[in-house]
Design a binder for this molecule. Sequence first.
Ligand SMILES: [Zn+2]
Ligand SMILES: [Zn+2]
Length: 219
Amino acid sequence: MSAAIETPPISKPLDISIFQLTLDDLPAGPPSRQQPLVNPISMCLGVALVISQEAVESPSTYGRYFLVHPEEIELDETLHPVFEDISIVFPDEIPDDSSQHAFWFNTGLKHGSQVLSQLLDQDIVEFVHPIRTHVTGPQGGGEDEMIEYPLVRVKLTDKQMAKQCGSCEIWEQRTDKERLSICSRCRNAWWCDEECQLSGWKRGRPVPHKKLCRLVNTS
Ligand SMILES: [Zn+2]
Ligand SMILES: [Zn+2]
């Protein structure tokens, strides 16, 4: 049955990069059931491709960026793989001037400035030069407080980042036996396996990948 549907081949990337962060409000090890997160904390950078809302007419994708636990923490099975969403999306201003992954870093996060400085120090991201900032007013009124969000570029390759399946939305982790596979035609979608690929190909929302794959194909 699936032989009749011409999906492009998918290929498995190499291992993701792990780095360490130290956060002010975490104790030093060892981890316990009450305190599974201790310094230094191992992380990887995760990327999820999101299809823009105007997708029906002209589909395109952009990345959301996350700090992802590189492996399940056995002490706390309820811990989500995603530690923090570090990107912020401005609807009209998704960076399109970089061939590499780039995003607005959300410095308004609880750990925002600590995380950013450590990612810069460890060569995970760099400021886009010249530095651009997006200034926004406070939520719900007020005039004085403005937040600047720096635009950063990811210095890791696709292969070094954790991915999210475009179909079932599972996150890739280091301990997984299988890496996610990239769509070899558009390089804009990752899948667990051919079953997830076929599901996204035929029934992906808001646009089936069959349509998106053709339109974002840059090769
Ligand atoms: Zn999947
Ligand atoms: Zn594709």
